[in-house]
Design a protein around this ligand. Sequence first.
Ligand code: ADP
Ligand code: MG
Length: 475
Amino acid sequence: MKKQIATIGLEMHCEFKSNSKVFSAAKNAYSEIPNSNIAPLDMAFPGTLPVVNKKCVKDALKVSIALNCTQPEYMVFDRKNYYYPDLPKGYQITQMAYPIGINGKIYIEVNGKLIPAYIHDVHLEEDSASLDHFFDTSNIDYNRCGVPLFELVTEPCFHSAEEATAFIEHMIRVYRYLGVSDADTKRGQIRCDVNVSIADEDSKELGTKVETKNVNSLGGVAGVINYEIARQTKLKEEGRYDEVEQETRRWDEETGTTIRMRSKVDAIDYKYFVEPNIPKYKMSDEWKKKVASTIPRLHLERKIDYINNHGLSNYDAEILVKEKAISDYFEECLALQMDAKAAANWIITQILGYINKNNTNINDLYLTPKRLKDLIDELDKKTISSKQAKEIFEKVIEEKKEVSDFISKENAQISDKDELTKMIEEILANNQSQIAEYKNGRTNIFDYFVGQVMKQTRGKANPVLTKEILTEKLK
Ligand code: ADP
Ligand code: MG
């Protein structure tokens, strides 16, 4: 058999965050209490009408622009009709004919190399309710009904589990950087349909794709892809490739296999038509520009910048861009003209260490980039040792004080003449015999007195002033 090439396309769903749901005023929030965040519309009560949440449209537009998609002139929604108990209206409001973005292209990093990822389209829709199955009943929880759901459909452009999961990880960060979603896989905010096919290496056509629905972890996505490649390849080897059919399967976490749910041949006809209760909405170029201006520099661009223009290692740059807040903090340091490597080291070792240990957030940290700069400046001036710097670091945060407060109190030289004089007088009073020796000509004992002053002040007495006062007193 010829060498096989796998092809993968993803349909990635992401729950957006917003105050209210995408078409109703109910709260968009997870709740343990079923049916607590719902409005009549979410349960399809007669007479209710959808009202589009503008923030959700704005966020969808933001992602569309960030992925270099082409946007339509109008925002238009369609009805996708089918019956299922988790869909009380009997249809889902989604976008079919004019999705908010088409033909996108971005680069993602896989094993240190940049590869292109092609986006077929992105669209905004509503999530369904969720079903809780018990021994002999199933309950419907409408809390999730109408939660804004953003769907991204890629072209069949990936060729391994590694590439596909790298894309998902990339997108999770894009959603977080854009602030449109927490994109938390553990809370089911990211769910993927994974399409896999295989074909001969030199084939011009793609093989039959098999779709595995609703996979909600990166491990699951990788599992599906690897399992499907192996399953389809084996069937082909055995001359039974016709058994690979367009079908929908599900991922079984326990066995690490995919299980057939239904054939695509008897696919439902969704009878799409324009959602008549939502007027089409013109997205002016002005508005698009305004939304585009809120898009921050994304993680990969920042990472490449840190490596190429600020001399950071791949490892350090990767840690810094993991979270936008941390990367923003680092960029504030750069804006303060701090040394990039020094700032990166402090952030990665001390700050991230402190944050993890104390379960806090970098935005709440009292040690702002400006205060970190003060600290590193003192270290550069050698006013403090690196051990002292680490102590002051914690104290600034814990006591909410300035770096200078600790420099003057604990570390700075004692240069107050009166204070030193008083101290030296006391020391001399306790060293009468040495004074006598000194006066008898043992002038090298002078260093002994200096030593005593240093001992008492733990090295902080100003040496020039100390000698001056001592000379005066020993006359
Ligand atoms: P459908 O009509 O079944 O929804 P589409 O052509 O719209 O199929 O594609 C749905 C998803 O399947 C997309 O993510 C696409 O990239 C992927 N896909 C399409 N053809 C293949 C294939 N031969 N192998 C793997 N994935 C594919
Ligand atoms: Mg879909």
